[in-house]
Design a binder for this molecule. Sequence first.
Ligand code: ACO
Length: 429
Amino acid sequence: MSSDTLSITDNRTNKAIEIPIDRGTVRATDLRQLKTDEYDFGLITYDPGYMNTGSCRSRITFIDGDQGILRYRGYPIEQLAEDSTHLECSWLLLNGELPTRSSLTSWENQIVGNMAVNEAFKPFMSSFWHDAHPMGMVQAALAALGTFHPSAKKVHDREERQIHIRNLIAQVPTLAAYAYRHNAGLPYVGPDSMLSYTGNFLNMMFSRGETRHRPHQVLERALDVLFILHADHEQNCSTSTMRMVGSAMTDPYAALSAASAALYGPLHGGANEAVLTMLREIGNKENIPEFIKGVKAGQGRLMGFGHRVYKNYDPRARIVKRCADEVFEVTGRNPLIEIASELERIALEDEYFIRRKLYPNVDFYSGVIYEAMGFPTEMFTVLFAVARTVGWLAQWEELLCDSDQKIARPRQIYEGEEIRDYVPMEKRH
Ligand code: ACO
């Protein structure tokens, strides 16, 4: 008997099977051999929330949650945050290798040169209610953007995919800035080919009148680093949504819209907004013990803490914290950082959080930086979506090139009524 196998005896029938183990994984479909009779569908696994199910093989992002390790294509996140740029990381995530100087220059030119969206988007964005949430606007805008690109439906055509991957990375920041300016009642500002990707985004957000917004170099770099940190995170909720929708051969604009909807939730990318709301509600350091007591009693969660995968300090949170110090040197200290730091200190010494291995995640400190840079709270998750667009698309491309993949379609354990006859209205109680 080979050692890389698993022997299972089904005690209902005494049937014994041996199934292969490949890289610490058994195939769930191998369990279907275990049946109680010939009509039985076969044994299936029950895994709500996909706590222990590998949905794909991937070569993009590696996480070791126990040790707090994150790598893109093998490169440690710390090194990328130190030395790389968001567009270089985008190339890396999409192509698997760091670009040469000429490939990077060409990629940067392609992206910056494609940031303008169709003029028809201005009336489309203007049609939202004045205080529509920018994340709702971006989701809708992404789906709408796809209607301008019918060729995006040719998902089996690699060249077409490359065109739309480039369009989306280039244009999501523009849609994001339009959403902000709609809320602010400001005229839309288009991209400027003289600026960098991140500089362009800041200019489209914050320029006033005819004057080009000249972001402080430290702030532009800090935002670029935050984009790097958020660029991919393997099979999280929104990326799995991208893959699930993409598995139906849906075009990438619609799939990205769905992924951004998943990101919007407060347990996922919406946490950065929720953290700021929480910090404001706490108000000052004296209120923290009472707040923690409430969390431990089940009256809400400590937002920005805890992670499905990290059972150690999220390596991104460490970098974000350092970034905050650099940003505050330029903008002045956001007073909420004092509450956040004290919350972290108290939580990390508290038995409740220690026992459950709850540490700050990437979103615990990102919001205080965004706020210091002048972004309104509602834009925080949009910033996350701008950065994560790259990861979603890299994972989508990988899905489409993976011959193992099929349309995603989980099973269920049906626990409802057995067959029964329809009851006419007059006979119902
Ligand atoms: N505050 C208080 N208690 C928490 C928290 C928290 N933030 N997170 C988890 N717990 C507790 C749970 O109540 C549970 O306790 P129990 O065992 O007594 O029932 C235990 O820790 C395990 O929690 P689960 O919900 O089972 O963990 P799961 O892996 O399903 O959830 C999640 C992970 C959603 C991130 C969770 O930690 C959470 O809600 N955090 C706050 C929201 C947040 O910051 N989300 C951003 C995540 S990062 C990202 O998506 C970019």
